[in-house]
Ligand binder design. Structure first.
Ligand SMILES: O=C(O)CCC(=O)C(=O)O
Length: 320
């Protein structure tokens, strides 16, 4: 009887993602040609937890016309920033049996630009990606070039962003599949970003495992070693690479359907809270994003329930 009940729960979990997709999810990320009003944004995108790409929302930012690698060199080249350095471009990702955190270096931005422009060498892959409002804290000189928030989103959400992040990266820098509890307004200023997305309802098909955290350290011979973070708890993370999924190990991922989109310079992606995302970029891409804390409402609680059922039913290891 217990086995029959467990089987029924697993069957429901297997069928749920397709049912959710058919009910409310688009086959591709839709485009808006102009920013929505706060009411439209709330009603059509935040409430249904649906992504969209918005054009002509950043045209008034001087950054859009000014920011380039030479401009950054001229204005903030001497400013020291935190840079994530990894041997393979993957920061915060599963590597072997560890959750690998990047080496964090403090470098003048001009040094990062030298490496990105091929004028100098540095071991590994560099990514300016510190996600704790690094734009106002590390590069405040750039603030006059953009708005401090996205006014129609701020009004719709009834709050200011928790963080405003600056991203500058190598084409080899990849952000592994994960989700956040933020409403994310992701603005590409120069270059392009490639997003692979899964709705929260795909959770049963997206495996998590617990990993011991370890941080990359650069050795004197310019190689990398992973050093365990003994004081840190194990981290639940997604071991699957959606670009080359190991379907023998994670067969149920074959049932998931990713949405892919490219966000061009001048476009803004609304990436709703709890959506899984994997991110790549063109070389030297410059972006800014605004993280607004999500509402911990019934939608959040339903997601927690889906997450718990996926875990306790053993669906991740035995989906069939
Ligand atoms: O741009 C990236 O590489 C990652 C962005 C991201 O993961 C986020 O904004 O939550």
């Amino acid at each position: 009887m217990a086995d029959a009940a467990l089987g029924a729960v697993r069957r429901q979990l297997r069928e749920f993602p397709a049912a959710a997709r058919e009910l409310s999810l688009p086959l591709a990320v839709p485009y808006l040609e102009a920013p929505p009003t706060p009411l439209q944004f709330y009603r059509d995108w935040i409430c249904p937890n649906r992504p969209c790409i918005i054009r002509n929302a950043l045209q008034h930012w001087p950054a859009l016309h000014k920011w380039s690698l030479p401009y950054l060199r001229a204005t903030v080249g001497s400013t020291e920033v935190s840079v994530a350095v990894t041997p393979d471009g993957y920061a915060d990702a599963v590597r072997g049996d560890r959750f690998a955190l990047p080496a964090e270096c403090r470098l003048p931005l001009s040094r990062v630009l030298d490496v990105l422009e091929g004028r100098a060498q540095h071991p590994g892959v560099l990514y300016v990606q510190k996600q704790c409002s690094n734009l106002p804290t590390e590069l405040p000189q750039l603030l006059p070039d953009l708005e401090p928030h996205v006014p129609w989103a701020t009004e719709a959400l009834g709050k200011m962003p928790d963080a405003v992040n600056f991203w500058l990266g190598d084409a080899a820098a990849v952000t592994s599949l994960h989700k956040d509890h933020y409403e994310n307004l992701y603005c590409v200023v120069s270059g392009e970003k490639h997003f692979l997305l899964h709705p929260p309802s795909d959770r049963p098909f997206i495996p998590y495992e617990l990993y011991k955290p370890a941080t990359y350290q650069l050795t004197e011979e310019s190689s990398f070693k992973l050093v365990d973070e003994e004081a840190m708890e194990k981290v639940p993370w997604i071991p699957l690479d959606p670009l080359a999924p190991d379907l023998t190990r994670f067969p149920s991922y074959s049932q998931a359907q990713a949405l892919r989109c490219t966000v061009q310079a001048g476009e803004l992606l609304y990436l709703p809270s709890l959506w899984f995302h994997h991110v790549q970029q063109s070389h030297g891409c410059i972006a800014v994003n605004f993280w607004y804390d999500m509402e911990y409402d019934l939608k959040y609680s339903y997601f927690q329930l889906l997450d718990s059922l996926t875990k306790v039913s053993g669906f991740e290891t035995e989906p069939w």
